[in-house]
Write a protein that binds this ligand. Structure first.
Ligand code: SF4
Length: 705
């Protein structure tokens, strides 16, 4: 613990790491933060915190911060420090030149789940109103875009159904492709408390995560499936529910669309979806699949209906979404919860655990190329007219380019200018070579970030960003809770991110004149029905609010969604056919690589690697099963080469039975280990979310690099 002295004053703000959204008291001495103390009244954390939010805030004043704007004509030239006016003016003139020469759609931008709601709203407004196209996408593309698609199709909106507190009422907890004790630690602790009280646990994961077996907690079932076979598992669970009479018929009759239910029931009852058939695909014993389905539906592994209402809650993460069938799996989960009557009350539901602080918010704010704020399709003329009249422009009714489409268009010479705020696409997007080749093909790349990140190596303009300690605004966590982010120190570069975006809009000739992020939130509330009741005044008074928040909800918004009916009316079942991924093992690539996070580090590590947290986990390593290691002559700490059809990298080995034979695993927190050099550009069929969780690889012993 770094003790910088006794605090003189403090400000309540929100953690800028994961989607739990813990509230902290930033204690200050003069203009310096001396401590971040978890706030006891924070509704998401109730006074708790993890090692990231509690200790890893020092990056905000790290010596690597860039605080002066820079430009260069070519990425081979050295950076030249310039004034804000010169940098913004250069970016604007280049964007307009490219549009004049190559058309309105030749530029676009990327928003960040690290930034506030107000900043994200402003970036998409800049692109739609000032660029004049819908070429806006968000880093949620590479994490939870299948959640948006899947929950939108089945329930009618893209959001988790519960509060975190709801887990305290769960009798059965089904964790799929998530590792809450490492990636969402404060919620993970809450879940563990409930498990210690006696709730039953099913874990679906190719790796033996801590939850499977930890002090006083032992999962009833660990379905250790082969990577890429999630949909086969959910089909088998649904098959058991349907064929063993475990459906909640009354719930389905009242709450769900009858035609889609009958079609789904007929589909999942087919023998090819049985646990016996899916066992061959997933590698999970059929009896284990049967028992897990019975436990989820009835509260006991024998499938005996006791007459008591059992609450079964599903929590899932990127191990569900980052697959070629990510959207299919989200819909499979939604189907299972509806079929057993587990949506619409405390203790149940479908809960995506969001990786970043404002993934939910960045999606809510209209960052996808096909949606305006509030998940309204750009082709909807009524919604478009509303925004056109507020923004004073004519909006393009056609969806714009997604991030991977931007890269492809760049290589075809039709997409040449990019505004990228708070997102290191070179490190975080799959198939690094393809990303860098695309950036090299562009004529003007503008990066706005707090550090000169990997993407900035391919940029022509660098605009210094601001950390969460330097700005006002709001974040929305994984339970739709909107909390205030409050400025505790002046922006090191002079401006907060929203002010930089506003300057760029003005330089492009589209006037913006907000004096404070509160004015931006007022505009969001006026244009977005689910945010109509959101205001800074109310958040000050209540601490936080949860959307939907309007005249039809409680003053603090909505804790549990879909209580009387689904947002779309009747819940819709969707047929979810398992389709094998293209990432299959071959003689050349005989192992399947999957990826994940570790407690002390965060995503690509740009923040945590610049803090004391780096001492606890200072490299990415490859976990490999003892059998696979022995076959290759690999021992603990040896250096191993990993090759996929996209690229190759080198890591040190950890020999462990956490992974099954045939499966290897690594984290992705260090640029030098290059996890995304080897991930391919396979992606979800509906949303293009990359298939980070399955890559066929070869692993061999190599000399120390
Ligand atoms: Fe921050 Fe998440 Fe840790 Fe809470 S659990 S302190 S939000 S990183």
């Amino acid at each position: 613990i770094i003790n910088l002295g006794q605090p003189e004053h403090s400000t309540i703000t929100t953690c800028a790491y994961c989607g739990v959204g813990c509230a902290f008291k930033a204690e200050m001495k003069g203009t310096e933060v001396v401590r971040m103390v978890p706030w006891k009244d924070g509704k998401a954390n109730e006074g708790h915190a993890c090692v990231k939010g509690r200790f890893a805030w020092g990056y905000a004043t790290h010596k690597d911060r860039i605080t002066t704007p820079m430009i260069r004509k070519s990425i081979n030239d050295p950076w030249q420090e310039v004034s804000w006016d010169e940098a913004i003016g250069y970016a604007a003139s280049e964007f307009r030149r490219i549009q004049a020469e190559h058309g309105r759609d030749s530029i676009g931008g990327i928003t960040s789940s690290r930034c506030t709601n107000e900043e994200t709203y402003l970036v998409q407004k800049l692109i739609r109103a000032a660029f004049g196209n819908n070429n806006v996408d968000t880093c949620a593309r590479v994490c939870h875009s299948p959640t948006g698609y899947g929950l939108g199709q089945t329930y009618g909106t893209s959001a988790g159904t519960q509060t975190f507190k709801s887990v305290e009422k769960a009798d059965v907890i089904l964790v799929i492709g998530a590792n809450p004790t490492d990636a969402h630690p404060v919620f993970g602790s809450r879940m563990k408390k409930r498990l210690r009280e006696g709730a039953k646990l099913i874990v679906v994961d190719p790796r033996r995560i801590d939850l499977v077996q930890s002090p006083h907690i032992s999962a009833q079932h660990h379905l250790q499936l082969k990577p890429g076979t999630n949909v086969a598992v959910i089909s088998a669970l649904a098959h058991v529910v349907v064929t063993e009479g475990l459906l909640d018929e009354a719930y389905i009759a009242e709450r769900c669309d009858d035609k889609s239910f009958r079609e789904w029931r007929e589909f999942v009852a087919r023998p090819e979806n049985s646990p016996e058939a899916m066992s061959l695909v997933t590698g999970v014993p059929a009896e284990e699949l049967r028992a897990a389905a019975r436990l989820y539906a009835t509260g006991n592994s024998e499938g005996v209906k006791t007459g008591r209402q059992v609450n079964a809650a599903i929590y899932y993460g990127l191990g569900v979404t980052e697959h070629a069938q990510g959207s299919t799996m989200v819909m499979g989960i939604a189907n299972l919860a509806m079929a057993t009557g587990n949506v619409g009350r405390e203790g149940v539901g479908v809960n995506p655990l969001r990786g970043q602080n404002n993934v939910q918010g960045s999606c809510d704010m209209g960052s996808f190329p096909h949606e305006l704020p509030g998940y309204r399709h750009i082709s909807d003329s009524t919604t478009r007219t509303l925004f056109e009249s507020a923004w004073g422009v004519t909006l393009n009714p056609e969806p714009g380019l997604r991030i991977p489409n931007m890269f492809d268009a760049a290589q075809q010479g039709t997409f040449l200018g990019l505004y990228c705020e708070g997102e290191d696409i070179v490190q975080s997007d799959p198939n690094t070579q393809h990303v860098t080749d695309s950036l090299k093909a562009m004529q003007c790349v503008v990066v706005q970030d707090i550090f000169l990140n990997e993407t900035a190596k391919y940029a022509h303009v660098f605009l210094p960003g601001s950390s969460f300690l330097e700005k006002d605004g709001t974040f929305t966590n994984a339970e739709r809770r909107i909390s205030r982010v409050r400025r505790v120190m002046k922006p090191l570069a002079g401006y907060a991110d929203w002010e930089v975006t506003q300057k760029l809009a003005n330089a492009l000739g589209y006037p913006m004149n907000y004096q404070h992020p509160e004015e931006i939130m007022q505009e969001i509330a006026a244009l977005t029905p689910s945010f109509a009741g959101v205001s800074y005044e109310k958040i000050e008074r209540l601490g936080s609010v949860q959307w939907p928040c309007n005249d039809h909800t409680d003053e603090a918004g909505t804790a549990i969604m879909h209580v009387d009916k689904f947002v779309r009316g009747k819940g819709r079942f969707i047929i979810t056919q398992y389709v094998p991924t293209d990432e299959k093992v071959t003689r050349k690539f005989p192992l399947l690589l999957t990826t994940g996070r570790i407690l002390s580090q965060y995503n690509v590590g740009a923040q945590t690697r610049r803090t004391e947290n780096n001492q606890w986990h200072s490299e990415d390593r490859l976990e490999i099963h003892p059998h696979d290691a022995e076959e290759r002559g690999i021992r603990e700490d040896d250096w191993v080469g990993i090759q996929s059809r996209a690229g190759e990298t080198v890591l040190r080995a950890t020999v462990t039975e956490r992974v099954a034979p045939g499966v290897v695993y690594t984290t992705f927190h260090f640029p030098e280990s290059g996890a995304n050099v080897i991930t391919t550009d396979s992606s979800d069929w509906a949303t293009n979310c990359p298939e980070y969780k399955v890559t066929a690889v070869n692993v061999s012993l190599v000399a120390q690099p």
